[in-house]
Write a protein that binds this ligand. Sequence first.
Ligand code: SF4
Length: 409
Amino acid sequence: MQSGDMNTAPVTFISRARPNAEWPADLLRAEEIRRLRPQGRPMDEFIVKIHSRCNLACDYCYIYEMGDTTWKEQPPSMSMQVAARAADRIATHAEDHGLSRVFVILHGGEPLLVGAKRLEQLLMVFQTSLSYVTQPIFGMQTNGLLLTEEIGEVLHRFGVRVSVSLDGGKEANDQHRKRRNGKGSFDDVVQRLNDIRRTPYAAVIGGVLATIDLRNPPLATYEDLRQLRMPFMDFLLPHATWSNPPYRPEGAAASPYASWLIEIFDHWYKRPDQPEIRMFSQILRMLDGGTARTEMMGLEPVTLAVIETNGTYGLVDTMKSSKPGAAATSLDVKSHSLDDLLALPEVAARQLGEHALSATCRTCDVRKVCGAGYYPHRYKAGEGYRQPSVYCPDLYELINHISRRRAQA
Ligand code: SF4
């Protein structure tokens, strides 16, 4: 580890007025935010929850299966009035800040539960409001079960690219990604993907997101996903915190997730016929001096906002995995602008770069690439989010391995 530079000067905090005060909400001063971040970086990516229920019951789901019950307070689907107000807020924000493009990611629950007609209406609202002032780029995160030709046509017309969640081959996927009756989802999703490929709308298929399970062999998992012929894939560390640590096999080395990923990296690296693996390509990009295009790693300000089905603004959805209510705010599209959201300590904290890091991370020699990892994975009850990642040993090992391989190439 190396000593920090000027930019790692510690941030002063409100003295602990009560036990268990957590960073940033209870401890980050408004004046300190203004000093460190005189102007917030405008939001340019919007996770729009158009449906708040799901047709799967995955056992690791951070929305429905980890103790956060805020989804029960949400209407099942976003009304056209809320969608119009949300689109208007985004358009105003884009215009005020001169944004040439914004990303609008339709999300859920399962967003395709809205059906083809409502999907078309919602996309039309966002397209119409936004295209006067900026270029909207649409995406969707889906489990793929409802990806019919009719839906494919709508998605294709609006240029929506979908990322599909699958954890590997049938056996690996169906351990966790099950229907409510316990039946696995793999066969049905693959059937949908193959059906769409036979239509003129095959271009809507973007990539596959897979949550790592150490019990599955890494290379077999990768090869199974590669058979799906998706343009990109990404591997996600399972949601975990210091208060709810990740699964680690008994007697395993200190960094089993790094070992799992390194096996795939060594197979993948420098082979021209492989699909993009986002986690690896982002690390390589940062090692080359570039900036991350992901909120999972690096020190770039996070510019992502969530809009729930009832119009309330939320923080990154996956924070629900750290503690119940962690992703909620009291602001909504009816009464508050996106600039109001930018002023919240919880949002500002993700735009402070090295100032938001723990003392341990500020002196770490891979901090510019790692950035303490994914924000929800830093959470410790009674302390908050100013901790190293609970995956610290894995991230340190993985980044150093990739750095060494890159140097040898
Ligand atoms: S979490 Fe990342 S930046 Fe922090 S000490 Fe660990 S490897 Fe370094």
